[in-house]
Write a new protein. Structure first.
Length: 256
């Protein structure tokens, strides 16, 4: 088997557990075509409910393998992002800021109208996505217990050197063989105003998982607010130079 054949087989094996069950997949590519973000509804292994999932490709190779999205809202089950029903999507381009965008709209099946919109941007050095919670009766006043956003690395062995600390600050940066430097971080005006809690990452078997700082007044809640609510950007970037990556204009654009 040639190199191209082995590469295709690796990608197929990596994504096969979800490919047959993925529904309503939508894709967006960066202007230069190097990054691709795919979002879909799939069935996590062993889970009761289907869930919104995503993958990130860099130069045609998996960078972030199948990872799941969701928001844990206190006193409401299941997660917002589980058992979703796809409504619609639309794409757009921004020539000035050099990104392509995708908006995807969901409504939770079996709920009283809980909706979740996800906005995605694909830049030439990375991708970003954020949760947008429209106003709806079940979510008019919202208590977020935690955010359940996964970043499962296509090559989790790159994380083997990490120490045993309980959580990791953002930005989280590591070097991945064959890729260069990979960064997971957050952006958005919500961070500078401190309206949204600080985000950490905790280690999982295949990657990292978001973990929101809890309120000192109420340990079971990380955020108290109302809808409509725009959450901070979750960002995955890759490039050959670490310093240049962290000084990227992409982050400046997302922070506006």
């Amino acid at each position: 088997m040639g190199l191209a054949g082995r590469r295709d087989l690796l990608i197929a094996l990596l994504l096969a557990p979800w490919a047959l069950k993925a529904q309503d997949e939508r894709r967006v590519k960066s202007p230069d075509g190097e990054f691709e973000f795919r979002i879909f509804v799939g069935q996590p292994k062993g889970a009761l409910w289907p869930r919104i999932g995503y993958q990130v490709f860099f130069r045609g190779e998996p960078l972030i393998a199948t990872s799941w999205m969701g928001v844990d809202i206190r006193d409401q089950e299941p997660y917002l992002g589980e058992n979703p029903g796809f409504i619609s999507s639309e794409t757009a381009s921004n020539v000035k800021s050099h990104f392509m965008s995708l908006f995807v709209h969901y409504m939770q099946n079996g709920s009283l109208g809980r909706r979740l919109d996800i906005e995605i941007r694909a830049y030439n050095d990375g991708v970003a996505f954020r949760y947008i919670l429209p106003r709806s009766t079940p979510l008019e006043e919202i208590l977020i217990r935690d955010e359940a956003t996964e970043f499962n690395f296509a090559h989790p062995g790159a994380l083997s050197h990490l120490d045993a600390r309980p959580d990791f600050d953002l930005p989280f940066v590591l070097e991945e063989p064959g890729v260069g430097w990979v960064a997971i971080t957050a952006a958005g005006p919500e961070l500078s105003t401190r309206k949204y809690p600080r985000t950490y990452l905790i280690r999982t078997a295949n990657g990292m998982l978001t973990n929101l700082a809890r309120s000192t007044k109420e340990p079971s809640v990380a955020f108290v607010g109302t809808t409509p609510l725009v959450c901070p950007w979750r960002v995955a970037m890759a490039g050959p130079d670490r310093e240049r990556l962290m000084k990227s204009k992409t982050l400046s654009d997302l922070n506006r």
